[in-house]
Design a protein around this ligand. Structure first.
Ligand SMILES: [Zn+2]
Length: 198
């Protein structure tokens, strides 16, 4: 029987046979060991390529327009993340990393590994890409950016007129694609496909 090491407490456990979409948990710390998802790299390849295309308008098109005292100002996601660069550079860099760099890298890594597994091509860089994908999972925070954006919108509504730009709808689409990709992706299943196919 194959074994797995818990990444939370380092306990070694046997991998039980799990039905699809069930999660095995560590018997010592209760942390998730792995999720048995149906490995479908071709579906994830299509979804991640779509997400990469949607990212361009989601990041560059106007997210919201603010009309205050007759002056209208548009802001897109990139401008929003870098707006605080002068006053609070650390916050600005963290927001830029979590809302732009990490999601872009994460989706690119999933697209690359899905492309390789779909066409049974196993280059030496796949282990590094799978490790990077696992690390980036914790840093991709598009949903946190969405929540903070909605809080800002509700606060500003009482002071000015707000209009959602086309970038907002692309951002919602990107968020839904991102959540679908992450919920269907299994790093464990990709490692298994790589080891068995190599
Ligand atoms: Zn554990």
């Amino acid at each position: 029987m194959k074994t797995i090491i818990c990444r939370h407490c380092d306990m070694v456990s046997n991998i039980p046979h799990l039905p699809i979409n069930y999660v095995a948990k560590c018997c010592r710390c209760g942390g998730a060991l792995y999720k048995n998802t149906k490995c479908r790299p071709s579906v994830l390849l299509a979804l991640s390529l779509t997400a990469l295309l949607v990212m361009i308008p989601a990041f560059y098109f106007p997210l919201i327009s603010v009309n205050l005292l007759g002056i209208t100002e548009d802001t897109n996601l990139l401008q929003g993340a870098l707006m605080m660069l002068d006053s609070t550079p650390v916050v600005s860099v963290v927001v830029f990393f979590c809302a732009v760099i990490a999601p872009t890298l994460l989706i690119s890594c999933i697209a690359f590994s899905s492309l390789c597994l779909t066409y049974n091509y196993f280059p030496a860089s796949i282990p590094k890409v799978l490790q990077l994908t696992h690390s980036l999972m914790h840093w991709s925070m598009l949903e946190v950016y969405m929540v903070s954006l909605m809080v800002a919108v509700f606060k500003l509504m009482s002071y000015s007129d707000l209009y959602f730009g086309s970038g907002f709808y692309f951002f919602i689409t990107l968020l839904l694609l991102d959540m679908t990709i992450i919920s269907n992706y299994s790093n464990h299943a990709y490692w298994e496909r790589y080891i068995n196919g190599k």
